[in-house]
Write a protein that binds this ligand. Sequence first.
Ligand SMILES: Nc1nc2c(c(=O)[nH]1)N[C@H]1C(S)=C(S)[C@@H](COP(=O)(O)OP(=O)(O)OC[C@H]3O[C@@H](n4cnc5c(=O)[nH]c(N)nc54)[C@H](O)[C@@H]3O)O[C@H]1N2
Ligand SMILES: Nc1nc2c(c(=O)[nH]1)N[C@H]1C(S)=C(S)[C@@H](COP(=O)(O)OP(=O)(O)OC[C@H]3O[C@@H](n4cnc5c(=O)[nH]c(N)nc54)[C@H](O)[C@@H]3O)O[C@H]1N2
Ligand code: SF4
Ligand SMILES: [Mo]
Length: 750
Amino acid sequence: MSSPQILNDPPVQVSYRTCPLCEATCGLRIEHTVEQVLRVRGDREDILSRGYACPKGIALGELHHDPDRLRRPLIKDAGRFREASWEEALARVEQGLAPYLTASGRPAIGAYVGNPTVHNLGGTLFLRPLLKSLGTRQIFSASTVDQIPKNLASGLLFGDASALPVPDIERTDYLLILGANPWESNGSLWTAPDLPGRLRALRRRGGRFVVVDPRRTRTAAHANEHLAIRPGYDALWLLALIQVIETENLARPAHLAGKVDGLERLTDIAAPFSPEAVAHLTDIAPEVTRRIARELAASRRAAVYARIGTHANRLGTLAAWATEVLNILTGNLDREGGVMFPLAAHDRPRASTAKARGFSTGRWHSRVSGYPEVLGELPCIALTEEIETPGEGQVRALLTIAGNPVLSTPDGQALERALAQLDFMVSVDIYLNETTRHADVILPPAGALERPHYDVLFLRMAVRNIANFSPPVFETGARDEAEILLNLAAIAQGLPPDNGARVVEETQLRETIARDLADPASPVAGCEVDDLRALLEGQSPGERLLDYLLRSGPYGDGFTTDRAGLSLQRLRSAPHGIDLGPLQPRLGDVLRTASGRVELHSEIIATELGRARALLAERAPAAQLLLIGRREFHSNNSWMHNLPSLIERPERCTLRMHADDAARLALQHGQQVMITSGAASQLAPLEIHAEMRPGVVSLPHGYGHRHADTRQSQANAHPGVSANDLLPRAVEGPSGNAVLSAIPVTVSAA
Ligand SMILES: Nc1nc2c(c(=O)[nH]1)N[C@H]1C(S)=C(S)[C@@H](COP(=O)(O)OP(=O)(O)OC[C@H]3O[C@@H](n4cnc5c(=O)[nH]c(N)nc54)[C@H](O)[C@@H]3O)O[C@H]1N2
Ligand SMILES: Nc1nc2c(c(=O)[nH]1)N[C@H]1C(S)=C(S)[C@@H](COP(=O)(O)OP(=O)(O)OC[C@H]3O[C@@H](n4cnc5c(=O)[nH]c(N)nc54)[C@H](O)[C@@H]3O)O[C@H]1N2
Ligand code: SF4
Ligand SMILES: [Mo]
């Protein structure tokens, strides 16, 4: 007997898909009907993540169905948003930007690009033509509240700012982790799904990992050893490790002989930073520092990995440089079990004949404070002053893409006031939030399950060379991010948004092909642009360009009938991904310095070393509380707070403090406290927490959902305060990265 209930049930399908929410790129198994997500879990057959998934990935169905997520463009009329058609919304953008699309007007256009862009196929492939079409130097991004010091260090050392070696965790014996909490962040600039599992496996096979963090994070709690460093001094401590390795003659970079310039100068450079000389600041005992240096040097295969706690910090660029110098000195750069450079399927094989140009910054400077450009962008903390300060090139029109700088960048309230003064603002975003509420037009791209996916950035940092592609789970007709960026690029070029998008896409595609054809070492050398173009498949701009990159890439089919080679079609037929093998040494291919060797020394590093020496004379900030941040497992910067399964838990926007500090200040667990920095004051509940070291307090970022006129009902029900309202607009030094950690504060009863 069949029940009508069952007969009417829509058929259940299963789709496999890479999670686009963070750098781990977990494979997900999604059970769904034609329009409803039923269940999401980790895909056990995924070649890299093998079933791992975190609660955010599991909540993708909630994100897809979130009634607050924007599905139609919004236009602001007389201060109120209303829904509009794409035609009308894009026409409004054309109209709003028109006054600035002149030679003298373009410098007044600003752009801020946020983090989800790098998790989006369209975002990664089509941002560049858009920014180029705008013709402005007022370019800002979340990179300068994040990792740009690491890019800068790689640029200086390797000649390529995107050459970011990753710990070869499967084969290492010893891992030194600083300023990172991969147990909860799932890894950063290091694509390794299930880092908890991988770290456990490292210990099981007799390896060790040591965590340097002012908090006893979950990563630290699982480590062989935790060193609760005083925040803000990692660069000094890393230099002390170099000092020990140099003075005790522990360096053994044998396989790098002839590939590294300037090793002989390191003894002198590190001399002032003995473990004793830095101990009063780092609060790490000299004998511990010495022991760690010896352990690191003695390990057969070891890796030093440092992330945002060290980068978005005082001397972040120097910390990134010293991290790599340690990997070089211990002979672990570009070696199995050390740190290695992945080779992704869409990477361009290095042209043997192309002349390396080296790397430079400061090709132009910001208008108001004179910050040097790094990687073509300016520090995001300069955006406020660039809007507020009159004169030629004052930002009057702003484009934001997948960003919420009001909550995610320091002194967000000042930025909000500045945004309110703009003549015109357009946001590409899936929510009406603290930033996009200032826009005149909001253009919502397809959601995470409605678009094709391939991780252009993160497959370049994966612990194994792999490739995978996810077609959209739902065909809703929603406009893809790629299409919107191309629409905007067309407008910026004075073309009609829709037909123009095709022109911009075609131009980029053909230019990409032509660049390869000009290189005799390319696998497609000798072909014709038209012939290759005609062979490309794909239903969207991202797919078409990806198909080209894969087929002409290092594992590609080279447009031959060789079925073993990669193409988009081949990836489509492998929903759990394709394994391309373990990481291989490839430093020679990576180096783009003028000398063709790793260049340890540069003017920028010399200046930073001078600042580090000056810091040694500082007294320990013993009597002061230093504020640091906190990422939590269920959160994602400022933007996943509208999903009930992630936000509905105990109050998380708390100030954590060690019991001794609370006792000294006569503060009780749970009471409201006033946190005061040089910049501002904020109220938050106090949480006395054993993970804190004395003298350090922690407040998570991304909260402060303070406006009734946003459309994020769940987030607004759990507002919290914004840590960034407490942070001054300060940069770490040559990279322009904001200083997010070790901010002096006082805390008192509210
Ligand atoms: N104090 C402090 N501040 C920090 C940090 C810290 O540690 N401490 N961390 C910093 C770091 S590492 C980062 S990366 C930045 C992040 O800074 P931002 O990128 O500016 O901010 P997010 O909170 O990630 O906001 C992402 C925005 O993208 C939208 N969005 C989500 N998915 C999509 C999509 O597919 N397409 C589009 N177009 N929009 C989408 C969301 O609605 C949201 O508006 O925050 C930084 N801020
Ligand atoms: N759950 C979750 N996962 C995320 C995100 C999220 O918001 N939530 N954001 C994603 C993004 S955009 C990024 S960039 C990555 C970042 O990934 P991670 O780099 O792992 O970032 P955090 O988890 O913030 O870890 C930074 C650690 O540095 C410590 N720290 C602070 N100051 C100092 C210091 O001076 N010295 C040292 N040694 N340590 C210090 C902090 O206590 C913290 O534990 O995470 C990504 N993954
Ligand atoms: S760890 Fe990152 S990639 Fe994996 S499921 Fe969670 S959010 Fe998605
Ligand atoms: Mo980030």
